[in-house]
Write a protein that binds this ligand. Structure first.
Ligand SMILES: Nc1ncnc2c1ncn2[C@@H]1O[C@H](COP(=O)(O)OP(=O)(O)O)[C@@H](O)[C@H]1O
Ligand SMILES: [Mg+2]
Length: 378
């Protein structure tokens, strides 16, 4: 049996664990036309969850469009990704797809090219002036509703890493135009996914922003120990491994149920213990060190991207839990400087998504970053 644990990309099939309650709630919202906002720090499983939800909706004949904004850095890329999401959702033969795209997006003058068989790549022939025209944006945002009204269909449009819109040069215009179009749509529900909690909270929670209070909110957390314990035990058992209950407990204590890190540790444990086909508590620590090595490059890059003040704060949050960050004791103990500059630094870290607010204190969003700092950057 091959290693059943996967990490890195969105997961599906047997690798996808549980989340049945979330799938149920999100799919029924979208099906009845209720838009949603789904947020969590990165690697908690938003993309995996929404892809699963899309499969369920598609079985119910809801048209699903998935627009990934993670890599979008300009307005023309935004158009291209959106148009590609349209092309991907309609499983029509190429000739029908071309005329459909022309009907949907006449101003954009879309063209299809196939650099890989079966996967259409959309090229947009419109001039830069046309792209910058708000009428073109309106055409884009009305296209799916127009199609669904004509064909009496329901649709769900998913924007993954939606907060990236706010970082685009023309982001403000896109956001306003989206809102003014979407609010009138009767056949289409929208799902906005985001990893940078602070930016998402600003976009959906600030009265002056176009998407203020648009859609019901779901916050995706870690998965419960009960769910993980069952899944981990079953997968190791199916592979012929003996695994101690204590070992599973230790894994979950370290990952706190964080989906990515739980899969990462289990996958590495599987490979490390493959010959002896047994896993005990003692096997876990060396694997955790190995996992930190695997992530070292990414953590180092993150660390390098931080200013001196930001590093100070991150280090405090790695070493202490449940502290009053703005207390004079902490400021003195860690030489954090003036309150005003500390507030600024924390604000920058929130924007970067490195730090999140939890209840009344601040935490590092990635549990392994704390572990890495304590062991490699003490
Ligand atoms: N439901 C799940 N079951 C098992 N593993 C999961 C699940 N959701 C996420 N993961 C793990 O987390 C990783 C990141 O998932 P992803 O969906 O890309 O998260 P996000 O979109 O929030 O960044 C996956 O590669 C996988 O290892
Ligand atoms: Mg994602």
């Amino acid at each position: 049996m091959d290693n059943p644990f996967y990490y890195g990309r969105a997961v599906d099939g047997a690798a996808f664990v549980n989340r049945s309650e979330e799938i149920g709630r999100i799919s029924s919202s979208l099906e009845r036309g209720q838009s949603i906002v789904l947020f969590s720090p990165r690697r908690y499983g938003k993309t995996s969850l929404i892809k699963k939800t899309m499969s369920r909706l598609q079985r119910k004949k809801v048209l699903c469009f998935y627009v990934d904004l993670y890599t979008v850095t300009s307005l023309d890329e935004f158009y291209k990704n959106y148009a590609e999401a349209l092309a991907a959702a309609f499983k029509s033969p190429a000739s029908a797809l071309v005329s459909l795209l022309h009907w949907l997006l006449p101003m954009l003058k879309p063209k299809l090219v196939y650099s890989q068989p079966g996967i259409p790549e959309v090229q947009i022939e419109a001039s830069l002036t046309t792209l910058r025209n708000t009428k073109t944006l309106k055409e884009l945002f009305e296209s799916i509703e127009r199609y669904c009204a004509k064909h009496k269909r329901k649709a769900a449009v998913i924007f993954d890493e939606f907060q990236e819109i706010a970082t685009l040069e023309k982001g403000g215009i896109i956001e306003r135009q989206m809102r003014s179009s979407f609010q009138h749509h009767r056949h289409v529900a929208y799902a906005f996914l985001g990893s940078k909690m602070h930016l998402m909270n600003e976009m959906f929670g600030t009265t002056s922003r176009p998407f203020y209070n648009f859609g019901s909110r779901f916050e995706l957390g870690a998965m419960s120990d009960v769910v993980w314990r069952k899944d981990i035990a079953a997968k190791f058992k199916a592979g012929g491994f003996k695994i101690d209950e204590q070992a599973i407990k230790k894994i979950l204590h370290i990952t706190k149920g964080h989906p990515y890190y739980t899969q990462l540790l289990c996958s590495e444990i599987w490979d490390t213990c493959n010959t002896k086909r047994a896993v005990s508590e003692q096997d876990i620590d060396p694997v955790v060190q190995g996992a930190l090595d695997l992530e070292n490059h990414a953590f180092q890059e993150l660390w390098d991207s931080l200013s001196r003040n930001q590093r100070k704060v991150v280090r405090v949050l790695a070493q202490e839990t449940d502290i009053a960050l703005f207390s004079s004791d902490i400021a003195r103990k860690y030489y954090l400087g003036a309150q005003s500059s500390l507030h600024r630094t924390v604000e920058q870290l929130l924007r970067k998504g490195v730090v999140a607010k939890k209840d009344h204190s601040y935490v590092l969003t990635d549990p392994f970053v704390a572990r890495w700092i304590c062991s490699r950057m003490p």
